[in-house]
Design a protein around this ligand. Sequence first.
Ligand code: CMC
Length: 436
Amino acid sequence: MPSNTLTITDNRTKEKYTIAIEDGAIRATDFRQIKNGQDDAGLMVYDPGLVNTASCRSRITYVDGENAKLEYRGYSVEDLAEHCGFLEAAYLLIYGDLPDEGQLKEWQREISHRTMLHQSTIEFTEGFRHDAHPMSMLVSTLSTLSTVYPEARNVQDPANRLHQMKRIIAKVATIAAISYRHSVGFPYVYPDNDLSYTENFMNMLWKMVEPKFAANPVLARALDALFILHADHEQNCSTNAMRSVGSSQSDPYLATSAAVAALSGPLHGGANEQVIKMLKAIGTADSVPAYLDKVKEGKARLPGFGHRVYRHCDPRAEIMKRIAERVFQVTGRNPKFDLALELEKKVQADGYFAEKRLFPNVDYYSGLIYEAMGFKPEIFTVLFAIPRSVGWLAQWDEMHRDAEQKIMRPRQIYVGEHNREFVPIEKRKAGQGLKA
Ligand code: CMC
């Protein structure tokens, strides 16, 4: 018997099965041969939340949850955040290797020349209410690009895919900036191709009457590093949405829009906005113990804490603490930062939370840095979505290159009723309905 196999005995039938183990995984479809009689369709694997299911093979991002390690294409995220510009890291994620000087220059040119939006898209954004949430505006506006670029539907052509990917990476920042300016009632600012990706984003957000916007270099560098830390994180909820929607061969604008929608939830990217709300609600360090009691009683949660894959710490959160100190030298210290440190200290010293492995994740400190830089909390998750678009697109392209990938179609265990007798409406009794 080869050692890289799994032998299973089905105690219902006493049959034995041998299943291959490859790369530390077994194929779920191998279980279909395990049947309890002729009519049995075969054993399924039940995994709500896909907690222990590998849905693809990937060469993009490696997360080692036990050892708090995160790599993009084999490079440590710490090195990339310290030494690369955002577009340099984006190139790495999309193409697989770091660019040389010529490649980087050309990539920067290709992205900056695609930052403009079609006038019809700008007019579309004008229809949003003044208080529309920027994430909802981003979801909707990204999906309208599908109407502007119908050729994007040809997802089988790698060159066409790459072209659309460049467009999305370029335009997502413009849409985000336009949504922000719309919410504060300022006129839109056109992109400035002389600036780097992050400097231009700041230009589109904050330029007022000055002839040319000059970004603070420390803040622009910090934004590059923050964007790199957010650029990919393997098969998380939004990436799974991107791959799942893309698996039906829908176009990348619609798939990216679905991924943004998935990111917006408070359990995922939306947590960064919730962290600020929580810190505001706690108010001062002496209120921390009372808040933690509420969490223990199940009456509150700790946004920005916990992670599905990391077991001891999120390496991105550690890097963020360092970025925060650099940013505060320019902006002044965010007064909520010390409260955040105090909350973290108390959580880590408490056995209850240690048992649940609660530690700050990427969303815990990012909002505090963004707030110090002058961003409003409603735009925090958009600041996550902009760089994560690169990861989503790299994953989407990889999916289309992978001959093993199929349309995403999970199974279910049906636990409902069968063979109910149809009753005409005049003879029916009111049903119980869903319980609140
Ligand atoms: N506050 C309070 N309790 C928590 C938290 C939290 N932030 N996170 C986990 N727990 C508890 C949870 O209630 C559960 O307790 P019990 O065993 O008594 O039912 C236990 O810890 C295990 O948690 P889980 O919900 O089963 O873990 P999960 O892997 O399904 O969820 C998570 C991971 C990140 C959604 C969760 O930790 C969470 O809700 N965190 C807060 C939201 C957040 O910060 N999200 C950002 C995640 S990182 C960036 C990103 O991907 O967007």
